[in-house]
Design a protein around this ligand. Structure first.
Ligand SMILES: Nc1ncnc2c1ncn2[C@@H]1O[C@H](COP(=O)(O)OP(=O)(O)O)[C@@H](O)[C@H]1O
Ligand SMILES: [Mg+2]
Length: 496
């Protein structure tokens, strides 16, 4: 007969674990008292302190350590409990929660895991039904990565639910939409990286050509949204000439959309008539950006800055909820280009890029193209992408099966090294099981998952993980509280 603690053979271990538990509990209580005194939050203060905080100061000590003593014969150990404990993916990195079948703490650091060849790509897709804890997982991962000196970019936040998190991390939130003060210049040159995509140092010429191609691509997308078709070749040349002329006259740092419209509005009278017509067509199309729900958003210099050195940035587009589909797509194209220029700067450090409720992006060709590139080049840029959707069917919003858009959307799943599955509706599960190659046992596990629990599929291995939130995280991440706060007293009584 041998004594074991959590499966480890035990001579002398019992005392060791008792002492360890006492030390951890003491330390945990001390920290909890201190952090609760500081405005009741266990989260780190904003700014540079993030980088300095060690692993011991994060969630590790918030979990109770409670070893149990068991007596087994070695025969029983080998036969009755052969697979009781699941595998551990990593012993390094931020703690995300606990393995559900005895595999201990679950730590996750994609940068380290990629280096150790444990994952094949720096992107993940997180799927699950509404209210199962997807956003909470994404936010707690983000907060803990921030503690480890990583940065955060929330590429899309259509409900504004990341604002508290980003502000708590000392980051900046950019609110765009009708009536909001932020103005975005689609011709903004963006951030100049120190290196070109081939790794060579960035030259003035290289930067000039990068800015020009970014501007042309964004203008083509923007006009395409306004005229509901691709540009014809004469329109393409007209746009190209007018862009060069307005940059020549107003300077690359200062050029704005109205300058471009001014050139398009006054084509040379000697110009070929078809080119002249193209100039005027484009000017009429761009006039739309001055009217209705688009007015005031794109017609001047950028009024907010994306400070790449800040630990976190997010774009809150909740003000667009009642705006036209056109307005949403244009904002998303402009902002997406802008944020992308920042996060795809190889000098930007390691950054988590979250696409929260990402089906809006999947719907838009420009966004989808950007995401596909970001998936392919994530490692090069030092980013880790996390796309949060409800179900696989969301990927089909991109277009009919077999279409270019659909193929791009499916590649986001296929090229994601990590798939995290939260509880799914039964109708979705079969499709998901086929697509991810889940076994019957894994399907049963997905069926039985509770809020905050997920099946992490990493390469061909599965890990069942319960995301454990600290008290402060729970308060910060509670998405139900908005519903509760919005209730009248009598409704609240009913809920209570
Ligand atoms: N691991 C967890 N532990 C405790 N509460 C959780 C956990 N995950 C989520 N919740 C709570 O459940 C609610 C819904 O979670 P949310 O992350 O918004 O779900 P989803 O994004 O899947 O719709 C939130 O109020 C959140 O506080
Ligand atoms: Mg959510």
């Amino acid at each position: 007969m041998v004594k074991t603690v959590a499966g480890i053979e035990a001579p002398g271990e019992r005392k060791y674990f008792r002492n360890l538990k006492a030390t951890l509990v003491k330390q945990f209580r001390k920290e909890q008292r201190e952090t609760e005194q500081q405005s009741g939050a266990n989260l780190p203060e904003a700014g540079s302190k993030f980088k300095e905080m060690s692993q011991q100061e994060n969630l590790a000590l918030m979990l109770k350590f409670n070893p149990q003593m068991f007596s087994f014969s070695t025969f029983t150990m080998a036969t009755a409990l052969p697979f009781v404990s699941g595998p551990q993916i990593s012993t390094m990195g931020p703690l995300i929660g606990k393995g559900m079948y005895g595999s201990g703490p679950f730590r996750f650091d994609p940068w380290e895991m990629y280096k150790a060849n444990k994952i094949s790509s720096m992107s993940a897709v997180l799927l699950g039904a509404v209210g199962e804890g997807k956003s909470s997982l994404a936010k707690s991962i983000a907060l803990r990565f921030l503690l480890h000196g990583r940065k955060l970019a929330v590429m899309t936040d259509s409900k504004g639910e990341w604002t508290d998190v980003v502000q708590r991390a000392g980051g900046s939130v950019i609110e765009v939409g009708p009536g909001r003060p932020a103005r975005i210049n689609p011709l903004d040159p963006g951030t100049r990286p120190s290196r070109m995509t081939n790794g060579d140092p960035m030259t003035d010429e290289g930067w000039k050509s990068m800015v020009r191609s970014r501007r042309m691509s964004l203008l083509k997308t923007l006009i395409g949204i306004l005229i509901l078709r691709d540009l014809e070749s004469t329109e393409h040349s007209a746009l190209s000439h007018a862009l060069d002329a307005s940059v020549g006259k107003y300077g690359t740092e200062h050029v704005v959309l109205p300058h471009l419209v001014e050139f398009l509005r006054s084509p040379d009278p000697d110009m070929d008539p078809s080119l002249r017509r193209a100039y005027l067509n484009l000017s009429y199309a761009l006039d739309r950006t001055k009217e209705g729900d688009l007015a005031g958003m794109f017609d001047g210099p950028t009024t907010v800055s994306f400070d790449a050195s800040k630990p976190a940035v997010s774009v809150d587009t909740s003000a667009l909820s009642g705006a036209s589909a056109e307005a949403k797509r244009i904002v998303s194209a402009c902002v997406g280009n802008w944020v992308e220029a920042m996060v795809t700067n190889p000098d930007g450090g390691q950054r988590l890029c979250v696409y929260e409720e990402g089906w809006d992006n999947i719907n838009s060709e420009a966004d989808l193209e950007r995401m596909v590139v970001s998936w392919k080049l994530a490692r090069h840029y030092g980013i880790f992408n996390l796309l949060v959707i409800h179900k696989l069917g969301d990927l089909n919003l991109a277009g009919d099966s077999g279409s270019r858009m659909n193929t791009m959307a499916q590649s986001l799943l296929a090229d994601a090294g990590i798939k995290i599955v939260y509880r799914q509706d039964e109708s979705e599960l079969k499709h998901l099981a086929d697509k991810l190659g889940l076994s019957d046992r894994e399907c049963d596990i997905v069926r039985s998952l509770k809020k905050g629990q997920g099946l992490w599929r990493i390469n061909q291995d599965s890990y069942c993980v319960e995301n454990v939130l600290t008290a402060a995280e729970k308060a910060l991440l509670n998405t139900d509280k908005r519903i509760v706060e919005g209730l009248a007293d009598e409704e609240w009584d009913e809920v209570a």
